[in-house]
Write a protein that binds this ligand. Structure first.
Ligand SMILES: [Zn+2]
Length: 221
């Protein structure tokens, strides 16, 4: 799943087998989608989007709402439904996540806790999948990215957007499978997608979830 950013507006780049031209569309949820023919180079698609700045700004009428975590909210972290509350020490009990500290830091403490839950899971998943493939992964880091959910560098280190902690587990598993598959294929060829499908049964479902909820997830800042 790739995003580009024009004027701070995140645009979903969708590679289409059928598309003959580059086109911009606005989805009902407000997400702007750049439809790109499969073999069109990225620079060409990006420069097209840049040339359409005025259209993009005019159509970005539904900027992503910002989510701020507060006590009594019910949220999902790593697929676990949790009610947020203030309390010492920071811990989970009976479906409630108690967070210590001043109320003004409540949102940030929630995000920090989610990251703390996410990282060991990612490390475990990467270890599991790289063992299956017999490949080696480098460092795994969580980052604050608004354009990509994950990336794999040439030195085999993997990074993921920490906000995926608030996505369902099958989505997180898919994103790990996607980046681990890049350790073998540094492209999005059919061999790559076949490998992703060997590592996870959730690709279609996860991509659909991200298409519908990705914007909302990015609204967590
Ligand atoms: Zn990829």
């Amino acid at each position: 799943m790739n995003y580009i950013s024009i004027e701070n507006i995140s645009i979903l780049v969708y590679k289409s087998l059928r598309a003959k031209h580059i086109a911009l569309k606005q989805k009902t949820a407000g997400q702007i989608v750049l439809i790109v023919p499969k073999y069109c180079p990225v620079w060409m698609a990006t420069s097209f989007a840049k040339s359409q700045r005025a259209w993009i700004i005019a159509h970005a009428t539904h900027p992503p709402k910002q989510t701020t975590f507060a006590p009594n909210m019910i949220i999902e972290i790593m697929g676990q439904s949790l009610t947020l509350a203030q309390g010492k020490p920071t811990h989970i009990a009976n479906g409630t996540l108690y967070l210590s500290g001043d109320i003004q830091f409540f949102h940030r403490r929630t995000c920090d806790y989610a990251k703390k839950m996410l990282l060991p899971f990612m490390q475990q998943e990467v270890a599991r999948l790289t063992t299956i493939l017999g490949v080696h992964a480098g460092r795994i880091t969580l980052r604050n990215t608004s354009s990509r959910w994950g990336s794999c560098s040439s030195n085999h280190s993997l990074s993921f957007c920490w906000k995926i902690a608030f996505a369902p587990i099958h989505v997180i598993q898919y994103l790990v499978a996607h980046e681990v598959a890049h350790l073998v294929h540094m492209n999005h060829s059919s061999d790559f997608w076949n490998l992703v499908d060997q590592l996870t049964p959730y690709r279609k479902e996860a991509e659909k979830w991200l298409k519908t909820n990705g914007q909302k997830l990015q609204g967590i800042v």
